[in-house]
Write a protein that binds this ligand. Structure first.
Ligand SMILES: O=C(O)CCC(=O)C(=O)O
Length: 235
């Protein structure tokens, strides 16, 4: 399903859009089971906090249901409305699944995923469990991807402004949220006894000026047409 011109405009204006598509209940169950299995069997690379595994990384490299999810139509069809028909998946940003509980402190501070608007990525957050105000749904500062003043989020005054303007985005299990990774955002604190599992994936439009294949990008839709003006042309 494609996005409407209004949805595309909202993404450009606000820096985020809830995709009209969702992963099916069966898809979510299979993905969650595969992630929990890799955590139980400690399939590296994993990240720990206080001895507990809170993240599995390099999910593309794990293949199977992880790779099927990264390339599924529910994500790539609406993404094509934002990025065009030639889409690369980024291996070295995100590419992971988080299991957050009450003790988790990762990504709680408001941040940007990338440093500059000229190199931003479209990040898709996939919720494998319902997220709400209690278990720490994602928070965003709408429109903040346009603000150069927020480049240095270490500054206390800027953190305070961002925190006072952040809004929570509750999402259902299987829900898909796309953000411009320049938007200021964070995970919320999980105040429950349960977990809150989500997968984070980064995508780019294929770079028309890059000649060589970048080993840290995988083409997941379309092609990589080179359009540099040093290309031999016939008039
Ligand atoms: O899971 C979330 O709600 C946000 C994740 C996040 O901020 C990140 O991965 O950069």
């Amino acid at each position: 399903m494609e996005l409407t011109p209004q949805e595309i405009q909202l993404f450009r204006h606000n820096g985020f859009i809830k995709f009209p598509t969702q992963l099916s209940t069966d898809h979510v169950a299979a993905l969650k089971a595969a992630a929990l299995k890799d955590m139980a069997e400690v399939v590296e690379p994993v990240a720990r906090q206080d001895g507990r595994i809170i993240r599995i990384s390099a999910v593309w490299e794990r293949g199977g249901i992880f790779r099927e999810t990264i390339t599924c139509d529910e994500i790539l069809n609406p993404l094509e409305s934002l990025l065009g028909s030639d889409i690369e998946f980024v291996l070295n940003r995100h590419n992971h699944i988080y299991l957050r509980d009450a003790g988790s402190s990762h990504s709680l501070a408001l941040h940007r995923d990338v440093r500059h608007w000229s190199r931003t990525i479209a990040t898709v957050l996939i919720y494998l469990e319902e997220t709400n105000l209690e278990n720490g749904c994602t928070r965003v500062v709408p429109g903040s991807h346009h603000l150069p003043a927020f480049a240095n989020l270490q500054d206390d005054a800027l953190q305070e402004i961002a925190a006072s303007q952040a809004i929570p985005l509750p999402m259902p299990a299987g829900g898909l949220l796309a953000i411009d990774s320049m938007i200021i955002h964070s995970a919320g604190i999980n105040h429950t006894d349960g977990t809150r599992m989500s997968m984070t994936l980064g995508y780019h439009s294929a770079d028309e000026l890059t000649w060589e294949d970048n080993p840290r990008r995988v083409l997941v839709r379309g092609e990589r047409p080179y359009r540099g003006n040093d290309k031999p042309t016939e008039y």
